[in-house]
Design a protein around this ligand. Structure first.
Ligand code: TXA
Ligand code: MG
Length: 343
């Protein structure tokens, strides 16, 4: 490493590549959250992901690619907007759903005819993906790492390496430590697999519908209709998700102090997650996040995890403002509240 550089040295990827090629699990950092990785071309390796997470195997996984040049190995009939979005946002927190190429294992797609792909923006994982490619990748020359968030199914996504070890322990052969995740919530998911109609947003994230619309000249259809889908196309769209074990309540700023006081007077030990300038009451555990969507998202999962581990009876979360800027955070908070309290 050159003198004066602050960037940490990249790890030696040889061991990680060896493990991937042997069908083992390697957890990896991304700009969004940590992923639980396996060689996406190897169905037995992919099955290990589902077993480690306790996730139903009908749920498709995102395949992480070294660069957009690998796209047509994994997908077919790729429409022009997909290339435009890849050019604009990769490496970055945008997942594209496309018709799958014939060689893509059903294990990865949950038996669907589509595949989710993205190029993550983290130097360690890009280094790993490139080393995997140089080593010949996986089977049939396919080079991709299948990776859901590295948490137990339904639980809070991990945003640093210690969270991954807490969640999955010995099920993972290796955890690559890339520090705290920059974005902090999962990638935006856009479905481009339909032949007609506009692209559909399946999961809101850091990349907004407005940014997508600017690049492709068409505003995506928003998630409302998606909830009526018979099969869970996006596990994040199931109601309870990203959830603490402690019961969690989302409460408007002007009702928050009263709600906390009421609960405390009934002998409940309350955790509290604030964002605004509110003067906090005496509580069992307190966290405060920045009152702006990016900073809030970056700290959200670590704060929820800490409040969950504080061992109180209830977590109150100050609700976030309505509107598109907060939509991705609001989505995660709603689902976390709904899935909470099932210790
Ligand atoms: O930011 C992220 O996307 C992180 C990092 C690790 O890349 N990954 C992540 O994976 O959030 P996961 O599995 O926790 O959530 C990915 C979602 C799943 O809910 C899955 O249903 C959806 O993407 N997905 C994957 N392939 C799909 C497909 N072919 N059709 C529809 N949804 C798909
Ligand atoms: Mg997840």
């Amino acid at each position: 490493m050159s003198a004066g550089s602050n960037a940490p040295p990249l790890p030696d990827f040889a061991e990680a590549v060896r493990l991937l090629r042997a069908g083992e699990l390697v957890a990896f950092p991304t700009e969004t959250v940590y992923g639980l990785g396996a060689d996406a071309s190897n169905p037995e390796a992919v099955a290990r992901i589902f077993a480690a997470k306790g996730r139903p195997s009908s749920h498709p996984l995102i395949v992480h690619l070294p660069d957009a040049g690998h796209l047509d190995r994994w997908a077919r009939d790729i429409p022009r907007p997909a290339w435009e979005l890849a050019e604009a946002f990769w490496p970055g927190p945008l997942t594209l759903i496309l018709p799958r190429a014939p060689d893509v294992p059903h294990a990865v797609t949950g038996g669907q005819e589509t595949v989710g792909v993205r190029v993550p923006a983290h130097p360690i994982t890009l280094g790993l993906l490139r080393a995997f490619a140089r080593a010949g990748g996986g089977r049939r020359g396919l080079c991709g790492i299948a990776g859901p968030s590295a948490n137990r199914f339904g639980r809070i996504s991990p945003t640093d390496a210690a969270h991954v070890r807490e969640e999955l322990g010995a099920a993972v052969a290796l955890v690559l430590d890339g520090g705290a995740c920059e974005v902090g919530i999962e990638s935006t998911i856009l479905d481009l697999s339909r032949r007609d109609g506009p692209p559909r947003l399946l999961r809101p994230g850091h990349i907004t519908p407005g940014q997508i619309g600017k690049v492709i000249g068409e505003f995506p259809e928003l998630p409302a209709g998606m909830r009526a889908a018979a099969v869970p196309r996006v596990s994040g769209s199931l109601d309870g998700h990203y959830a603490p074990r402690t019961a969690m309540r989302l409460t408007a700023s002007d009702a928050l102090l009263r709600a906390v006081e009421d609960a405390s007077s009934q002998g409940k030990r309350c955790g509290l997650l604030l964002r605004g300038p509110l003067e906090p009451p005496a509580v069992h555990a307190l966290r405060r996040l920045p009152d702006a969507p990016d900073g809030y998202a970056r700290g959200l999962y670590a704060a929820l995890r800490e409040l969950d581990q504080a061992g109180g009876d209830l977590i109150f979360v100050e609700a976030v403002p309505p509107g598109p800027d907060w939509a991705a955070v609001a989505d995660r908070l709603r689902r976390a509240a709904r899935g909470s309290g099932k210790a």
